[in-house]
Design a protein around this ligand. Structure first.
Ligand code: 2NL
Length: 353
């Protein structure tokens, strides 16, 4: 039938050519905007297919039906291509949006890093726990002291040679050399004995100060803990047993303590307190100068002059005292070969505790 039609812009090839071009435009659209433009160009009121429709009216009536049907089929096919492409583009656009706006709800922020107490503070806390477990109370006192509390009451008069051992830091306050920052925690014990009657079972931890030039084993400020027992019939045996019980409780069964005769103005008799070197477990090393023992502190029976200074009758009461450095204890407990790391603030060291 077609071959009876006159040549016209509506022959099969012309419609197919329009449809092919329109299809390429629709299928090749890269965005919804491009698709809308291609769709208007192909199927819109001013589009190529509509233009062909307008020519339809000029055809002989017998041809109109077949050509009209062909145009409608072409329109339907192009509409389908446009719909399919729209679906693809919308899916892609939505996927891109989802990706761009994605929230990762599993993400967590690390937050500020938590610090920890200094090794000395941790050691002091552990020491307090140990002594509390043995029935002691913890007492504290001022760091600024009078000459009387720090020296006189402890049987160290002004011109006593032992004063030179302390390298005292005096404050410019009141009479010359009347006020100082304490060289040991013993003045806390003097205050305690003056403020309450015996029996006393107490430990006094705290910071003390000496005019030392810093080196591997000395800093001008360090921490100390002292203990004081005042009761009836307290003997040197009680002192030795207390030191032994403490050493086992704090260090465990591989470390033992020994006492060696010594001299302190505030105790008589006096002893040095040594423990097994924890670095070499007693076999000898550089830290313990190959003796197997490390000196921790001192101890002794409270001197009668100290009791008299605080108003306690030495005929009725007796007692012992001991004192040692907390820094040295931390060194032994954590097997720190060089004490200087305690003050260096090197994070590689501090964050281990
Ligand atoms: C050491 C030695 C010691 C005391 C401290 C003391 C206190 C009073 C009376 C008698 Cl109130 N004694 N304290 C006694 C002996 C030794 O410390 O080397 N400390 C680091």
């Amino acid at each position: 039938m077609t071959d009876t039609l006159p040549p016209s812009p509506l022959d099969g090839d012309a419609v197919a050519a329009v449809e092919d071009r329109a299809r390429a435009g629709l299928a090749g659209a890269e965005s919804l905007d491009e698709l809308r433009a291609a769709q208007a160009e192909a199927l819109g009121r001013r589009g190529a297919l509509t233009a062909l429709n307008q020519v339809l009216g000029s055809l002989p009536p017998e041809a109109r039906k077949a050509v009209g049907a062909r145009l409608n089929e072409a329109r339907a096919r192009l509409q389908a291509v446009a719909d399919a492409r729209r679906a693809e583009l919308e899916a892609a656009e939505r996927a891109a949006l989802l990706e761009a706006e994605r929230l990762d709800l599993t993400e967590t922020l690390p937050g500020p890093r938590r610090g920890s107490l200094s090794l000395i503070t941790q050691t002091r806390d552990a020491l307090e726990d140990t002594f509390i477990g043995m029935g002691f109370v913890v007492a504290e006192g001022p760091e600024v002291e009078s000459d009387w509390h720090n020296f006189e009451a402890l049987n160290i008069p002004r011109f006593h040679p032992a004063r030179s051992n302390f390298d005292t830091l005096y404050l410019a306050w009141g009479e010359p050399e009347s006020t100082l920052i304490r060289t040991h925690t013993s003045p806390v014990q003097i205050r305690l004995m003056r403020s309450q009657p015996p029996p006393i079972y107490a430990v006094m931890p705290g910071r003390v100060y000496r005019k030392d030039t810093p080196d591997a084993r000395h800093t001008p400020s360090f921490s100390q803990i002292e203990g004081l027992v005042v009761d009836r019939d307290i003997t040197f045996g009680d002192l030795a047993g207390t030191i032994d019980t403490f050493t086992r409780a704090y260090f465990g069964p591989t470390i033992t303590a020994r006492l060696r005769p010594a001299y302190f103005p505030f105790t008589e008799p006096s002893a040095e307190f040594e423990i097994t070197c924890s670095i070499c477990e007693g076999s000898g090393c550089r830290t313990c100068s190959y003796t197997g023992w490390i000196e921790l502190g001192g101890c002794g029976m409270v001197h009668p002059n100290v009791f008299r200074a605080v108003g306690i009758d030495p005929e009725e009461w007796s007692g012992f005292a001991f004192g040692f450095g907390i820094d040295r204890l931390a060194q032994m407990r954590h097997e720190i070969a060089d004490m200087r790391v305690l003050a260096d603030n090197d994070m590689r060291f501090t964050t281990q505790f």
